[in-house]
Structure formats: C-alpha cells, structure tokens
Design a protein around this ligand. Structure first.
Ligand SMILES: [Zn+2]
Length: 138
C-alpha cells in the first residue's frame, strides 16, 4: 500500500501537466514499514531520454543520488518512482515493468490533453506489476 501526503501528490500532478506532451518523472521520498510505503515529498528529476520523451522516461543516476542525499537530510529514503503517460492510460508498459525494482512504488499518471485524468500506483510482485491502494493523508 502507498500512503502519500496530499501536497506531494498535488506537486506531481502539476508537474505532469506542465511537462505534457512529454513524460514527466521523479522520485518519491518517504519511509517503508513492511509493505506500506509512506511518501512525504516528491523529488523532481529531468527526463533524460534523448529522443522519446513523449513515451519514455529516464532518470540520470546522478539525479537519483541527489534525491537520495535529499531524502537522507530528512531521515527518509527513496520509496518509489513516478512518471506520466501523455494521452495513454495509467497502466505500466512492458518497458516499465522490465525496468522496475522490487520494494518500490510506481505511480503512473495519465495525462489527457494536458490534464491529469487518473493515476494509479503499482508494485512489483514476482516480477509482475500489481496495482496497490493509494491512501492520501495530510
Ligand atoms: Zn510508463
């Protein structure tokens, strides 16, 4: 299950709409307790994909490390990744699934004509993405 602070979710939604028609991406900073990930903040990372920003995203390892440093400052860790699907549903692609890591949450936002119309969170279970419940707090 994913718990996310309302302000963090709002930031992600605004970022996804701003970056349309390209995929936006970033990291979720929070805490993990068993299988519950609690997100307190969103760390924006530039989409480093060189030529397919409309349907692929890439996070630079250096940005990942910066996000880790930021998280540590607040006694948090990276608990997930978020990205958008411009004019596509909020379901992971095969590509998303192949590159995912266990123990992280993956929020995918569907952005249609510049507006976020839905979002869902996914976690890897035995190599397959399974939808997880999102609980908004704060
Ligand atoms: Zn995707």
């Amino acid at each position: 299950m994913l718990r996310i602070r309302g302000k963090a979710l709002q930031k992600i939604i605004e970022q996804a709409e701003r970056d349309y028609p390209y995929e936006t991406c970033g990291l979720l900073l929070g805490k993990i307790d068993r299988n519950v990930r609690t997100v307190f903040g969103a760390y924006e990372t530039p989409n480093k994909n060189p030529d397919r920003k409309h349907d692929r995203y890439e996070i630079d390892p250096r940005d990942y490390m910066r996000a880790e440093d930021k998280a540590r400052e607040f006694n948090l860790e990276i608990v997930g990744v978020y990205h958008s699907h411009p004019d596509h549903p909020d379901k992971p692609s095969k590509f998303d699934e192949e590159r995912a890591f266990p123990d992280l949450s993956y929020i995918i936002l569907s952005v249609n004509k510049g507006k976020v119309t839905s979002y869902r969170s996914w976690e890897l279970v035995n190599g397959k993405f399974v939808e997880e419940e999102i609980y908004i707090f704060g």
